[in-house]
Design a protein around this ligand. Structure first.
Ligand SMILES: [Zn+2]
Length: 227
């Protein structure tokens, strides 16, 4: 009787240990299959935009443990970060190579594959690019908030033909160019509301800067988290 009880105890013990081991293996497998492991370090180079000089005036190199990410270094809507370790390369020839947040990379890759089939006139693409170009202005005239390019959640297409304008409720001669090149409608590469580039990106959930309500129009710019 005593031996039987002991045997029973051993069987239960072995069973419990096996369950724990199985759960551990399952957890490890799900973590591996579901998400990439978090990087150890966050590294990036940040530019700072000065509103008086209308150019980037400072570059700072940042490197710190990934677990020490501050609130401003993470986009609350997507979870994308300013870290270069969180960006993925999009390489769809003949279009230029660019980087975006890994969470949206598959979607953008599919968009560019589609635009390749349509022979879309895309000459320049700028994706991930860490720059403080929005938000409050400090005493030196420097912006203090990260743009959405900083998180890899926005792309600029053909900036030479699709400038950023202000005083521009509706596009016309009154609009004032602030950045990029003059918009020349009808020239290949100039973006327009119903062309392949704008419609394909909008269908994939991107908003076009050419449709910003109000004074500014950023014709080169597409973003998933707003303008
Ligand atoms: Zn942009």
């Amino acid at each position: 009787m005593f031996i039987t009880l002991m045997q029973r105890g051993i069987i239960v013990w072995v069973f419990v240990q096996s369950c724990i081991l199985l759960l551990f293996v399952l957890h490890a497998f799900l973590a591996y299959a579901g998400e990439r492991p978090l990087p150890l370090t966050c590294t990036y180079e940040a530019l700072i935009w000065n509103v008086d000089q209308k150019r980037s005036v400072e570059i700072t190199t940042i490197r710190h443990p990934y677990q020490d990410l501050s609130r401003e270094e993470v986009d609350p809507l997507t979870g994308c970060t300013v870290c270069s370790e969180d960006q993925s390369r999009i390489d769809v020839p003949p279009f230029p190579v660019f980087f975006v947040c890994s969470k949206i990379a598959p979607r953008l890759h599919a968009v560019f594959e589609e635009l390749k089939q349509k022979n879309a006139p895309i000459f320049i693409v700028i994706g991930y690019h860490v720059i403080k170009s929005r938000g409050k202005i400090d005493h030196k005239g420097n912006r203090t908030g990260f743009s959405n390019h900083s998180f890899g959640t926005a792309i600029d297409i053909n900036p030479e033909q699709n400038g950023l304008y202000d005083h521009c409720i509706q596009f016309g001669p009154a609009c004032r160019l602030i950045r990029g090149g003059e918009r020349r409608i009808g020239i290949p590469g100039t973006l327009e509301l119903h062309d392949d580039v704008v419609t394909t990106l909008k269908r994939a959930g991107f908003r076009w800067g050419g449709e910003i309500e109000g004074n500014q129009k950023d014709f080169m710019h597409f973003s998933i988290t707003g303008y």
